[in-house]
Design a protein around this ligand. Structure first.
Ligand SMILES: [Zn+2]
Length: 226
């Protein structure tokens, strides 16, 4: 998980959210079951596109890229089943992979509550998680980090395997850098930046932590991350 910044609300939502919300809440208040169309009006191509951009096309929880095989789910940070009034609230929408979305389910806790999940838009994930090689560890003081890791299973086997592949690939680049002739080091360093640095990279929290450790021990130059 990395920190994310909300982009501007897409026009379709700015123009329609209030009416959609009023319609949905009126139906519920009348004791009727809202139609699928009434519940799912957030599922619009422009809304998805803006969420893809602000999440760098990754699941906002596990940082997996899924867009090559899956559109990704529009995820309600507070579940729409329990907070229908937030169904079309831009601040409550993000992008998640199918698995994180399913594991989160209707988990519900007010922001800041010990049971609330770490929110990449409001919390600093680095205060809640340590990233070592392919393993995510909640920081010792973070109850919310621990709950988030448990509920979303952020160390599930498939994630660990894919993260290990990424770290191994990075390790090969770093090894190439460390053993390169001085003339070639800038070239390899640029390659590391291009392939492994940036919020758009899959599992960037893990890659950047690994690179930071290599900088600290003097293996890589500081400008790889800057
Ligand atoms: Zn995910």
């Amino acid at each position: 998980m990395i920190a994310l910044t909300k982009l501007a609300s897409p026009r379709i939502l700015t123009q329609n959210a209030a009416a959609w919300r009023a319609e949905l809440l009126a139906t519920i208040a009348a004791g009727e079951e809202p139609t699928k169309a009434q519940k799912n009006r957030y599922n619009h191509v422009d809304i998805k596109a803006q969420l893809v951009e602000e999440t760098h096309g990754k699941c906002s929880y596990c940082e997996s890229k899924m867009r090559h095989v899956d559109d990704g789910d529009i995820e309600h940070i507070l579940p729409k089943a329990k907070h229908p009034d937030l169904s079309f609230d831009w601040e409550n929408l993000t992008l998640a992979c199918t698995i994180c979305n399913r594991k989160k389910g209707d988990h519900d806790a007010p922001p800041g509550d010990a049971q609330s999940l770490v929110n990449p838009y409001q919390d600093d994930p680095k205060a809640h998680f340590l990233f070592h090689r392919e393993i995510l560890t909640p920081t010792p003081e973070s109850v919310r980090g621990s709950n988030t890791e448990n509920i979303l299973e952020l160390n599930r086997a498939d994630l660990r395997e894919r993260r290990r592949e990424k770290i191994d690939e990075l390790h090969q680049y770093v090894t190439a850098y460390a053993q390169a002739e001085d003339d070639y080091k800038p070239l390899v360093s640029r390659q590391i930046r291009k392939q492994c640095v940036g919020a758009d990279k899959e599992y960037s929290a893990f890659l950047e932590q690994y690179i930071s450790e290599m900088i600290t021990r003097g293996t890589l130059p500081e400008d790889v991350l800057s």
